[in-house]
Design a protein around this ligand. Structure first.
Ligand code: PEP
Ligand code: MG
Length: 901
C-alpha cells in the first residue's frame, strides 16, 4: 500500500495518529492552513468540505522531477468522491456542479507567496449549468472568466497583464470603472478572448485539478517563494501542502460577502475584532487591495446574523488556539463559512498588548506571555517617531499630503523610490529610502526590506504591503486616497503637487499621515502600560541581573528608567574626549616633569569627581562600576601627519609675523605643535591595542590612576553627604597577570585609604578586574585573590581570542567570512560559545573556587544581544551590562533564557 498522501479535513485525527500525535508534526505534514482547516472542522466551525495533499507529496513530486508519487492520483479521486457524496454535487456535472479551489499551504505562513486557483470545475458546459442553477448567469460567467484568468497565469504561465488588458479594453468600451458593471454578454466575450490567450486550458475538470495541484507544488520553488523564505528564515526543504476545497461564493448577490478578520487589532492589540470585507465579491478582491474595502464592523449593519456568528467563532478559535487569530471568511447567500484561520501577524506593540491581555484574561500564563514577545520586539518601542514640532510645522506649511491607513507603526523618513530594485540599490549606497508603490506584490519584498518604510496608494489593512511591513517591523501607510503614482515617469502626484523619485517624504505609521519633506524623528520612551507590565513579569522570571554601560549621568538616569540595576561599565576616558577637557588631557600626556603632569591632573580631578557624583546620584542604592582609563594615550592626541602639517604651517606664520606680539603668539603655537609631535612619536606603537593601555597605564603612570581613584572616592563621600547610598566598584581593565593586578590594586587601596582618612570616614568599595584576554581567563583563579569582581570585556576578549582586530576586521575580511559561510556568525555580534564561551566558563569556575560568591558579569557589546544573553545565563553569570537602550531587550531576553530551562 502506498503512503497516505491525502487527508480529508474531517480526517485530521488520522493525520495526527500518523505522525504520533504531535501537533507541530501535523502542521509539518498538512501545512498550517490544512492543519487548521482540519482542526476547525473538528471544532464544529463551518468549513467548506475539502482535503489536504501533504507536504511530503510535494517533496516527492519535486524529488521525482515533476511526477506525482504513486497512489496520489487515486487518493485525490477517492477524496473527491467522498466530498461529492457529502455535498450531493458532482465535479463536471452541468446539472449540479461542484467547484473547487486549490491553494498552497506551507507549514509557516507565507502570505501571497504561492499560487491559488479558484472555481476549478468550470468549462463551457458547466458554466451554463451553473448559470441556470444559480439563476445568475453574470455570476457564472464572472466565475468562469476568473478561472480561465487564474489558470492561465498561475498554471499555464501567461502574463496576467494580457488578461487585465482585455478587461480594461471592455471597461473603456463600456465607459465603466468596475468589472462588476460589465454585462453577461461582455463576460461571455471576455471568456472567449481569455480562452484564446490561455492556450492549453483543459475542458476536463479532473485535468484542471491535476494541473493546478502541480502548479502549487512547483510554486514552492518559485523565485518569490524562495526570496520570501530567505528573508523570513524559513527552511527550503519543508515543501507545501495543497488544499482542495469546495468553493463557496461571496459574489452570489447582495447577501453575500467575503473578507478577512483578526480576532484582535493587529496594529495596536486592542481586544476587538477587526478586518476588511467586500460585499458581493470573491476573496482575492480583498487581499489584492485593488478595491476599496469596508471596515469589518460595518458588516454588522449589512449582514448582522453572519457578523454575530463570526464574532462567536472568532472567540471560540481564540479560546481554542490560545492566540490571536487571522481568519478568512465568506458569506454565501447569508450563510457564513470559515476558509481558514491561523495565528495572526501583529506589530510588536500588538504582540505585547495581546500577550499581557491574554495572561490577564487567564487564557495563557504570565510565563507564556513573556515568552510570546521576542526580545527584539521590545526594540519597536524605541522606534523613531515624528516629533510633535516637526509634524506641526509640516501641517502649518501645508506639507501634509494626506492620510492613508496606519497599518504598521513608527515613523519613516526617506527619499522616494518607486521601484524595489532602486530602493535596494539606494539603501546599499547608504540612503534612507521610502518605497512607494500603487500596491505591493510578493516580488517587491526585497525593496520593502531595504526601505525605511512603505507607502502605497491602494490596499487595506490586510493587504500584502500591510502584512509584510508588520512582519518586518517597517513603518507603513497604505491605501492613501488621492495619491497617484506613475512609476514609469518617476513621479507621484497629490492634487497639483508633483513629487519626483529621490524627493524626501515622511510617513507616520501610527496615524497614517504622509508628509512632503524630511521631518524630524525621535525615539519614544517605554511608557506603554502593557510593556511595563510584561517587563515587570520578565523581571520576576529572570536570574540574570541587568546593568547598563553608561558614562554620563543622563545615560545612567535613562538606564535606570529602563530598568537597569546598576552600572556595569563606565568608560571614564570618554569624558576626557570632551572639547574643554582634551587640552588638559593632552597637557597631562605631554608633561615632561611629574609636577607638570600633576598640575594637569589637578585640573582634571574636580571634573571627574563631578562626573562620578552624578553617576552615584542617578544610581542611588545600586552598584556603579567605574573603570580606570583604558585606551592607549595616543588616542587623545591628533594624528601625526596632521601635526607635522601644522608644524610646517606654524613655521610659515612665524616668518610672516609683523609684530612682536604676533611673533610671540606664533612661537608658542609652534612650540605646542612640536611638543605634540614629540609626544605622538614617543607613544607610537606598532600594535597599540596590544601596547601601553589598560592596567599597564596604571603601572607606568600611577599618578593618573591615583587621580581617578581620588575622584571616585571623593565623589562617593560627597554623595553619601547628600544622603545617597553608594556602592562603588573600581574596575581595572585588561589585566593579564595576578602580580600586575595586585601591584595596581595596592596603589588603589593606598590612595582610597588616604582620601578616606582625609575625609575621616569609612566606606565600602570593591576592586575588580575586567577579563579581556585568554591569559586572564586561564589564570582567573589567581586574579580572584585580588579581584573582588570580574567583568568580561567580550569585545577585547573576542579580539584577543580570535586574534582578529575588532576595529578593522569587519571592513577587511570578516564580512566575507560570514557571507562565504567560513564563520557562521560574526563573533563580535554574537558571543562565540565554543571559544570565548569556554574561556568565560573556565574563568567563572576558577574565580568562584578562589573567592566564594565573586560577582561576575559581562560588559562587552554581547551583553545586549539576546542569543549571547542566553549563553551568559547558561554560564551562570550574575548580570549582563549593555547600553541603556538595550536594557529592556536584555530584561526580556534574560527571562526567556531562564524560562527555557
Ligand atoms: C570590552 O572589551 O568588551 C569592553 C567592554 O571594553 P572596551 O569596549 O571599552 O574595550
Ligand atoms: Mg575592552
Amino acid at each position: 500500500m502506498s503512503e497516505t498522501w491525502v487527508y480529508r479535513f474531517n480526517q485530521v485525527a488520522d493525520a495526527e495518529k500518523a505522525v504520533g500525535g504531535d501537533w507541530e508534526e501535523v502542521r509539518g505534514l498538512l501545512g498550517g492552513k490544512g492543519a487548521n482547516l482540519g482542526e476547525m472542522s473538528r471544532l464544529g466551525v463551518p468549513v467548506p468540505p475539502g482535503f489536504t495533499i501533504t507536504t511530503r507529496a510535494c517533496n516527492e513530486y519535486i524529488a521525482n522531477g515533476g511526477k506525482f508519487p504513486e497512489g496520489l492520483s487515486d487518493q485525490i479521486t477517492e477524496a473527491r468522491h467522498a466530498i461529492e457524496t457529502d455535498t450531493g454535487k458532482k465535479f463536471g456535472d452541468p446539472n449540479n456542479p461542484l467547484l473547487m479551489s486549490c491553494r498552497s499551504g506551507a507549514k509557516f505562513s507565507m502570505p501571497g507567496m504561492m499560487d491559488t486557483v479558484l472555481n476549478i470545475g468550470l468549462n463551457d458546459d458547466v458554466v451554463e449549468g451553473l448559470a441556470a442553477l444559480s439563476g445568475d448567469p453574470r455570476f457564472a460567467y464572472d466565475s468562469y472568466r476568473r478561472l480561465v484568468q487564474m489558470f492561465g497565469s498561475v498554471v499555464l504561465g501567461y502574463k496576467d497583464e494580457l488578461f487585465e488588458q482585455v478587461l480594461t479594453e471592455y471597461r473603456v468600451k463600456r465607459g465603466v470603472t468596475n468589472d462588476a458593471e460589465l454585462s453577461v454578454d461582455d463576460l461571455k466575450e471576455i471568456v472567449a478572448r481569455f480562452r484564446r490567450i490561455a492556450k492549453g486550458f483543459p475542458d476536463d475538470p479532473k485535468e484542471q485539478l491535476r494541473l493546478a495541484v502541480e502548479a502549487v507544488f512547483r510554486s514552492w520553488n518559485g523565485k518569490r517563494a524562495i526570496d520570501y523564505r530567505n528573508a523570513a528564515g524559513i527552511a527550503h526543504d519543508l515543501g507545501t501542502a495543497v488544499n482542495i476545497q469546495v468553493m463557496v461564493f461571496g459574489n452570489l448577490g447582495a447577501d453575500s460577502a467575503t473578507g478577512v478578520a483578526m480576532s484582535r487589532d493587529g496594529a495596536t492589540g486592542e481586544p476587538h475584532i477587526e478586518g476588511d470585507y467586500l460585499m458581493n465579491a470573491q476573496g482575492e478582491d480583498v487581499v489584492a487591495g485593488t478595491r476599496a474595502t469596508n471596515d469589518l464592523p460595518e458588516l454588522g449593519n449589512e449582514l448582522p446574523k453572519a457578523f454575530d456568528e463570526l464574532k462567536d467563532i472568532s472567540n471560540k478559535l481564540e479560546q481554542h488556539y490560545r492566540d490571536m487569530q487571522d481568519m478568512e471568511f465568506t458569506v454565501e447567500q447569508g450563510r457564513l463559512w470559515l476558509l481558514q484561520t491561523r495565528d495572526g501577524k501583529r506589530t510588536a506593540q500588538a504582540a505585547v498588548r495581546i500577550a499581557v491581555d491574554m495572561a490577564e484574561e487567564g487564557l495563557i500564563t504570565r510565563q507564556e506571555a513573556v515568552r510570546r514577545v521576542a526580545p527584539e520586539q521590545v526594540d519597536f518601542f524605541l522606534h523613531p517617531q515624528l516629533t510633535g514640532d516637526s509634524r506641526q510645522d509640516a501641517v502649518a506649511q501645508g506639507r501634509l499630503l494626506g492620510t492613508g491607513l496606519n497599518v504598521s507603526p513608527g515613523a519613516a523618513v526617506g527619499v522616494v523610490a518607486f521601484d524595489p530594485d532602486l530602493a535596494e540599490r539606494w539603501r546599499e549606497e547608504g540612503k534612507d529610502v521610502l518605497l512607494v508603490r500603487p500596491e505591493t506584490k510578493p516580488d517587491d519584498v526585497h525593496g520593502m526590506i531595504a526601505a525605511e518604510g512603505i507607502l502605497t496608494s491602494r490596499g487595506g489593512r490586510t493587504s500584502h504591503a500591510a502584512l509584510v511591513a508588520r512582519q518586518f517591523g517597517k513603518p507603513a501607510v497604505v491605501g492613501m486616497d488621492g495619491l497617484e503614482i506613475e512609476p514609469d515617469n518617476h513621479v507621484m502626484r497629490v492634487g497639483i503637487l508633483e513629487i519626483s523619485e529621490g524627493d524626501w517624504v515622511s510617513i507616520d505609521g501610527n496615524t497614517g499621515e504622509v508628509f512632503h519633506g524630511k521631518l524630524d524623528t525621535f525615539v519614544p520612551d517605554l511608557s506603554d502600560p502593557s510593556l511595563v507590565k510584561l517587563l515587570g513579569w520578565a523581571d520576576e522570571f529572570r536570574d540574570l541581573g541587568v546593568r547598563a554601560n553608561a558614562d554620563y549621568p543622563v545615560d545612567a538616569k535613562r538606564a535606570r528608567d529602563y530598568g537597569a540595576e546598576g552600572i556595569g561599565l563606565c568608560r571614564t576616558e570618554h569624558m576626557f574626549f570632551e572639547e574643554e577637557r582634551l587640552p588638559i588631557v593632552q597637557a597631562m600626556i605631554m608633561a615632561s616633569r611629574p609636577s607638570e603632569r600633576r598640575d594637569a591632573l589637578d585640573e582634571l580631578l574636580p571634573l571627574q569627581r563631578a562626573d562620578f557624583l552624578g553617576l552615584f546620584e542617578a544610581m542611588d542604592g545600586l552598584p556603579v562600576i567605574i573603570r580606570l582609563m583604558d585606551p592607549p594615550l595616543h588616542e587623545f592626541l591628533p594624528a601625526w601627519e596632521k601635526l607635522v602639517d601644522e608644524v610646517a604651517d606654524r613655521k610659515i606664520r612665524l616668518r610672516a609675523a609683523d609684530s612682536l606680539e604676533a611673533l610671540n603668539e606664533s612661537l608658542s603655537e609652534l612650540e605646542h605643535a612640536e611638543k605634540l609631535v614629540h609626544a605622538v612619536e614617543r607613544l607610537r606603537e606598532s600594535n597599540p591595542m596590544l601596547g601601553l593601555r589598560g592596567v599597564r597605564l596604571s603601572v607606568i603612570y600611577p599618578e593618573i590612576t591615583r587621580m581617578q581613584v581620588r575622584a571616585i572616592i571623593e565623589a562617593a563621600c560627597d554623595a553619601v553627604d547628600n544622603g545617597v547610598t553608594v556602592k562603588p566598584e573600581i574596575m581595572i581593565p585588561l589585566s593579564v597577570d595576578a602580580g600586575e593586578l595586585a601591584w595596581v590594586a595596592d596603589i588603589l587601596r593606598e590612595e582610597a585609604a588616604q582620601v578616606l582618612a582625609e575625609r575621616g570616614r569609612d566606606l565600602d568599595y570593591r576592586i575588580g578586574t575586567m577579563i579581556e584576554t585568554p591569559r586572564a581567563a586561564i589564570t582567573a583563579g589567581a586574579l580572584a585573590e585580588t579581584a573582588e569582581f570580574f567583568s568580561f570585556g567580550t569585545n577585547d576578549l573576542t579580539q584577543t581570542t580570535f586574534a582578529i582586530s575588532r576595529d578593522d576586521a569587519e571592513a577587511s575580511f570578516l564580512t566575507n567570512y560570514i557571507s562565504l559561510g567560513v564563520l557562521a556568525e560574526n563573533p563580535f555580534a554574537t558571543l562565540d560559545d565554543a571559544g570565548v564561551g569556554t574561556l568565560i566558563k573556565m574563568a567563572v569556575n576558577a574565580g568562584r573556587s578562589a573567592r566564594e560568591g565573586i560577582e561576575v558579569g559581562i560588559c562587552g557589546e554581547h551583553g545586549g544581544e539576546p542569543k549571547s544573553i542566553a549563553l551568559c545565563h547558561s554560564y551562570g553569570l550574575d548580570y549582563v551590562s549593555c547600553s541603556p537602550f538595550r536594557v529592556p531587550v536584555a530584561r526580556l531576553a534574560a527571562a526567556h533564557a531562564a524560562l527555557a530551562d
